[in-house]
Write a protein that binds this ligand. Structure first.
Ligand code: SF4
Ligand code: SF4
Ligand code: FES
Length: 273
């Protein structure tokens, strides 16, 4: 399935049809689209099997950062299919995948994941990427709310001070050296899971810098609803800083001011027109 007419992005442009191969299966694609998009349109969502568990993997970040979508393409292993455009005649080595659009393939798809429970504040504070209360009181510091065993480490690559480390194997959770963190926010923008925030205490208030991927960006001074991790309204927030420099890529980092009691809870905002 392809979205031909998107309410925000508009109508899909006409693209040159190309054909790629998943093993022996021809797949119709559109010139310029990512391999993973062509596979998804053909009904194939599994790119590889986990070396550890044998479980299927597919697009996760769609940003070229997590490696879940890698396949062998034209004999080259570990190609990130979510950011690699199709080329006519391209050959993808099929992992043990059934052909697209068949009953057998549909049976092979993983059952839809149950909604993961939202971790408690106590659980998050026990993670190796979460700073201590004493450190938060000394100045802005990153809080990495990342405890899943996923193959991901762009936060470590983004940090200019070496404050974040992901030990081998890459599925280990990121570890924060809070003393090296200067609260710049680069890791907030780099995390495909939107799992990093910068926390700061200022008197009776808390400043929370969070990733913000929607447009238009809120203006400084704007009032918004502060939301918790479940999207429930906590109270009012004030937007005090909006950053989107080139070094942040496409993700903006918005800083909100909330009462200090929401420091570990306010993780999103809802801006109403
Ligand atoms: S906020 Fe900046 S210094 Fe701190 S961990 Fe993130 S990238 Fe590194
Ligand atoms: S914090 Fe973000 S970038 Fe770092 S390992 Fe977790 S999901 Fe990946
Ligand atoms: S889905 Fe392609 S790298 Fe994450």
């Amino acid at each position: 399935m392809r979205i031909e007419d998107h309410p925000v992005l508009g109508t899909a442009e006409t693209a040159r049809p190309v054909r790629i191969w998943l093993g022996d299966e021809p797949i119709a694609a559109r010139g310029g689209e990512p391999i993973a998009a062509a596979l998804a349109a053909a009904g194939t969502r599994v790119s590889r099997l986990s070396a550890h568990t044998g479980e299927p993997r597919g697009v996760f970040c769609a940003l070229g950062r997590c490696t879940d979508c890698v396949m062998t393409v034209d004999g080259v292993p570990n190609v990130r299919t979510c950011v690699t455009p199709v080329r006519d005649g391209m050959r993808l080595a099929a992992p043990p995948l059934p052909a697209p659009r068949t009953r057998a393939r549909r049976r092979s798809l993983p059952a839809p994941a149950k909604q993961a429970p939202v971790p408690s504040v106590a659980q998050l504070r026990s993670l190796p990427g979460y700073p201590s209360e004493a450190r938060v009181r000394r100045g802005p510091v990153a809080a990495l709310e990342c405890g899943e065993a996923i193959p991901c480490d762009p936060c470590a690559a983004a940090c200019p001070t070496g404050a974040i480390r992901v030990a081998e194997p890459i599925t280990n959770p990121p570890v924060l050296d809070a003393e090296r963190c200067r609260g710049c926010g680069l890791c907030v923008a780099a995390c495909p899971g939107m799992a990093i925030f910068v926390l700061e205490r200022v008197g009776a208030d808390a400043l929370v810098s969070l990733p913000y991927e929607m447009l238009p960006l809120p203006r400084v001074g704007r009032r918004a609803a502060a939301l918790d991790r479940r999207g429930r309204r906590l109270g009012e927030a004030e937007v005090v800083r909006v950053r989107r420099p080139q070094s942040f890529g496409r993700c903006a980092v918005v800083t909100i001011r909330v009462p200090a009691r929401h420091l570990h809870r306010a993780r999103a905002i809802r801006v109403t027109p």
